[in-house]
Write a protein of this length. Structure first.
Length: 541
């Protein structure tokens, strides 16, 4: 038996290093979790049917599920019931309706947040693969203040999601990480997209940008590899364009994005350009954050042009121009820009020293976390009220408290129309009252003749002579008005109607005012529920 002692067992250096860096590997996970939680928190607002389009989308879904019917005329309105229109988002309404029926409005809220978070993760993954976590994390922080602007449940959420999937697949194909099979998934997705939201043409634009890059590469060296890639993208693009025709309106539906504004005459704030917002002095809180992200995107292109020309991507440049123009043209596209600017900017900054991948994972993880934290602190300091002010609305899930009250009053009193309503509350009335009652107008400007808004809608709010004429023409018995319409026209109109002896206020809450015409079919309700006019005016102001 040997008396020699065994030497202490030595731990391999690689294993020791791995153990020492194990805590650091949790930093990216913690940072990512923090980003998701913050983003989800700022998206958690109660649903409000008295503004926006959700009520109408739910009714669209109900009509399809119960009757297999897709509306192609303006059947919700009695003013122009036969006006044809392209129902470009009917599929979203079906999804919203099925979720609400199965899980209630709380489920609808959670679905909206989940959809947005998944979309964010897809774009973040694309940014990370284009550069590194150290680059993507602070850029994601910069994107969040722009993204949280669009927190309502809208069909455009599907466009964001599908746009991210298209970009991820095209990027993978571009880097030869994904094969041709993945590329031919895009036409199938396009067939779904065209029935969910009018931004379906973005899918074709994304393919087109990568097709242009592939064409330039092929004509530069005429290699077989580039020819195969060009052929694959061209085929996918043609099939996607054909897939866009698989909608209830066919080719007309596929071309509709180019014609939607022909009859679009209502001045919706979200359709203002950046220059229009600046000239009007309108306080739009996300604007400074959009300008920061916009500046970073184009600073990254200056960096590529002056320092890293080898990193230039024609597809990325075309997409940068495309989404920048859309955002400056319509502020409603800020969130769309924010999603795409994240991976586009990251790709350009991939070669920066702080973004390079390194064997020292601990150092890289700490660097990414510090950069993200610093970016968050700066953004909050720019305008703390944007994040923490009560002006952003309550935090919560499900339907806003008391949101059904006005409709329940209308039904319980068995009020008789015709109804005069303002633009914002149209979707609410459609959801609660159709088909028993139709609306005067709703928030789809494209479904009414252009002259209707100028010659009728705005005329009766500004000119008492026109009000008397149009009121007599349609025989209004009920006015349902969302008094949160703070335009000067809406406020003045409401004051005049409340003071008008021909009308009696009978219902008033934080959102909706209902007035009834005296000595008409609703006289009994007036006798039971008339409210003091002074109280209405004081609370409205």
């Amino acid at each position: 038996m040997s008396n020699r002692r065994r030497a202490p067992k030595r731990v391999p250096e690689a294993k020791s290093a791995a153990n020492s860096e194990r805590p650091a590997r949790l930093l990216p996970i913690a940072t990512m979790a923090a980003l998701v939680l913050v983003y989800g928190y700022f998206l958690a607002h109660p649903l409000d049917l008295t503004t926006g389009d959700l009520g109408r989308h739910l009714k669209n879904g109900e009509l399809f599920v119960q009757n297999r019917f897709v509306a192609q005329t303006n059947l919700y309105s009695y003013t122009f019931p036969d006006q044809p229109f392209v129902n470009h988002h009917w599929g979203s309404g079906v999804i919203f309706y099925l979720i609400e029926r199965a899980f209630g409005f709380e489920g609808l809220s959670l679905a909206s947040i989940a959809l947005s978070v998944v979309t964010f993760l897809i774009f973040f993954a694309a940014a990370t693969k284009s550069s590194s976590f150290a680059v993507a994390a602070p850029l994601a922080v910069v994107a969040i203040p722009v993204l949280i602007t669009r927190y309502e449940m809208r069909p455009e959420l599907f466009s964001y999601l599908l746009g991210g999937i298209f970009l991820y697949i095209l990027r993978g194909y571009q880097r030869q990480k994904l094969g041709l099979t993945w590329l031919f998934l895009l036409p199938l997705l396009e067939m779904i997209w065209v029935n969910l939201h009018i931004y379906f043409f973005f899918g074709i634009a994304l393919i087109g940008a990568h097709l242009c890059e592939a064409a330039v590469a092929f004509f530069a060296d005429r290699s077989q590899n580039h020819f195969v890639r060009l052929k694959g993208l061209a085929t996918a693009g043609v099939l996607a364009a054909a897939a866009a025709c698989f909608n209830p309106a066919g080719i007309e539906g596929a071309l509709y994005p180019f014609f939607i504004f022909n009859e679009y005459q209502f001045p919706v704030i979200e359709n203002y350009s950046v220059f229009a917002v600046l000239n009007a002095g309108y306080q739009f809180f996300p604007l400074p954050y959009f300008l920061i992200q916009f500046g970073l995107l184009w600073l990254s292109w200056i960096y590529v042009a002056t320092r890293r020309r080898a990193d230039f991507s024609l597809a990325n440049f075309l997409l940068s121009v495309f989404f920048s123009v859309l955002a400056w043209w319509f502020i409603r596209n800020f969130a769309l820009f924010a999603y795409f600017a994240l991976p586009l900017t990251a790709a350009n900054f991939q070669s920066l020293s702080w973004g390079r991948r390194t064997a020292n994972f601990s150092y890289a993880a700490r660097r990414a976390t510090v950069a993200a934290g610093f970016a968050a602190a700066v953004l909050v300091l720019i305008n703390p009220d944007y994040f923490f002010s009560g002006g952003r609305g309550a935090v919560g899930l499900g339907l806003k408290k008391g949101n059904h009250a006005a409709a329940e009053f209308f039904r319980s009193e068995k009020l008789q129309g015709p109804i005069y309503n303002n633009y914002d509350v149209g979707g609410y009335l459609i959801y609660h009252l159709y088909p028993q009652h139709k609306v005067f107008v709703d928030n789809r400007p494209e479904t009414y003749p252009a002259a209707f808004f100028n010659d009728v809608y705005f005329a009766l709010q500004t000119d008492e002579t026109q009000w008397l004429k149009i009121s007599h023409q349609f025989g209004f018995n009920v006015i349902v008005f969302n008094h949160r319409d703070r335009s000067s026209l809406g406020e003045q109109f409401i004051v005049r109607r409340v003071l008008d002896p021909a009308w009696a206020p009978v219902f008033f809450d934080s959102d909706i005012l209902i007035l009834l015409k005296r000595f008409g079919p609703n006289q009994l309700t007036i006798e039971k529920n008339e409210l003091p006019k002074e109280k209405i005016l004081s609370r409205a102001n």
